[in-house]
Design a protein around this ligand. Structure first.
Ligand SMILES: [Zn+2]
Length: 437
């Protein structure tokens, strides 16, 4: 569920939050073989389409919500079997009461590097009745935009990445293209539950999971369709803010113009946080951002430009950012309203002054800004607008004693990371990467 990156081992502690779209063959192979490895992958996939689809379908039929202990175990055992079938030295890394990490390792004699491929085999919780077709674990094939697509829970996020890794391995072997690096697979079973045990499992298996880089294979394809490796991921944190009107909903005809309306108060508070172009006006919001290096700027400048195509596809008459391209804006922190609620609309609308209004703010982060600090900046701004800020649900006394009260709930968060593009192994991959077209 993320963007993408190559994660350097030093940032392993939060590696689960990094995600990458990985071009699997990228760093595995010898220079001269680079193009032929990509070709080998394409040829193998075309020639073994049905076999690959059958394997994928089988994998997708196993329910994979992290809390479903029995089925999560079945997923792990199935993946272990798929590695063993390929002769990969593999095992389950377990601790009590947690889905196992599926681990595999291919040692390569005289290898200069070790590359760890991360993916996760669990999926987002799902309600079958809300799923088109009624069964998220019964894969269906459908034509979409002129291509055949498979729909099932985790078909993209993130079982596809696992099957891509196995398929790439099959293709390279079939073409007798030797691996140049040691390969390690780390496939997690509770990423969508927040990875509560990943750190513990990794700590207990430091030697096994160490590598020059982690490639986090969990993220969207670039909108251009080009293969890409992304050298960083934004951090994220949330704040819920509730403001208060009357202690109970009031009739708008009887109390309108007198009783303050919390929806309007919240709208005014939020409107003050950004200007017309989407620039955040909260003091210090952009302080501390670690600037992009010349190499990083160059990479952004050379990356595919998808903005116009996206504007068209998304029916956007305008975009935020004062004319800066999307890729550049991804390197700024955001202040985004995830959801907002107060009163009712549509057929449920009625003539009330609501009692409360609530917003969920989502703060995306970049390197140099700590998630706790960013929460504080927003909270300080709320306070500067005349609100008494309470981090506990305010009682009647508090509400009576203060002109305006905001109840703030801080969610946890994680910081952004960036992997240096001039690491030797990154340079290596860059130079050997065939241009995708
Ligand atoms: Zn994911």
């Amino acid at each position: 569920m993320h963007a993408g990156c190559v994660a350097h081992l030093s940032s392993l502690g939060c590696s689960k939050n990094l995600v990458a779209l990985c071009f699997f063959a990228l760093l595995l192979i010898s220079s001269a073989a680079a193009q032929s490895a990509a070709d080998a992958g394409r040829e193998w996939t075309a020639a073994h389409r049905q076999q690959i689809l059958d394997q994928f379908t089988r994998l997708l039929t196993i329910p994979n919500v992290a809390s479903d202990t029995a089925n999560i175990r079945r997923n792990a055992e199935t993946l272990l079997g798929m590695l063993k079938e390929r002769g990969v030295d593999s095992r389950l890394l377990t601790i009590a009461d947690a889905p196992p990490v599926v681990y595999g390792e291919i040692p390569v004699p005289n290898a200069q590097h070790t590359i760890v491929f991360y993916a996760h085999y669990d999926g987002q919780p799902v309600t079958p009745t809300d799923w088109v077709g009624g069964d998220p674990f019964k894969p269906i094939s459908r034509m979409e935009n002129g291509e055949e697509r498979i729909y099932a829970r985790s078909a993209s996020d993130d079982k596809a990445a696992i099957l891509a890794q196995l398929t790439a391995l099959d293709a390279l072997r079939a073409a007798r293209i030797p691996l140049r690096s040691n390969i390690r697979f780390v496939w997690e079973g509770e990423e969508e539950a927040g990875s509560p045990h990943l750190g513990q499992i990794l700590d207990a298996n430091r030697d096994l999971i160490t590598g020059d880089v982690w490639l986090i294979c969990d993220g969207p394809v670039d909108q251009s369709g080009a293969q890409s490796v992304v050298f960083g991921a934004r951090g994220d944190t949330h704040l819920e803010i509730r403001v208060y009107g009357p202690g109970r909903e009031l009739h708008s005809g009887h109390y309108g113009n007198w009783a303050p309306n919390p929806a309007m108060m919240l709208a005014q508070l939020l409107a003050g946080m950004k200007d017309e172009s989407g620039r955040v006006l909260i003091p210090h919001f952009y302080d501390g951002i670690e600037p992009l290096s010349p190499l990083e700027q160059e990479a952004i400048a050379k990356a595919p430009k998808n903005d116009e195509k996206l504007k068209h596809e998304l029916r956007l008459g305008h975009v935020d950012g004062g004319g800066k391209p999307l890729l550049e804006l991804l390197n700024d922190p955001t202040l985004n309203i995830n959801g907002i609620s107060s009163g009712r609309t549509g057929s449920r609308a009625n003539n009330v002054i609501p009692a409360t209004a609530t917003v969920d703010l989502d703060l995306r982060l970049v390197v140099g800004i700590d998630w706790r600090e960013q929460q504080n900046r927003v909270i300080d701004y709320v306070r500067s607008q005349g609100y008494y800020v309470s981090e506990r649900e305010p009682d009647a006394r508090t509400l009576r004693a203060n002109p305006k009260v905001a109840f703030v709930i801080r969610d946890s968060g994680y910081n952004a990371v960036r992997t240096a593009m001039d690491l030797p192994i990154a340079e290596d991959g860059r130079q050997r990467t065939p241009r995708s077209d």
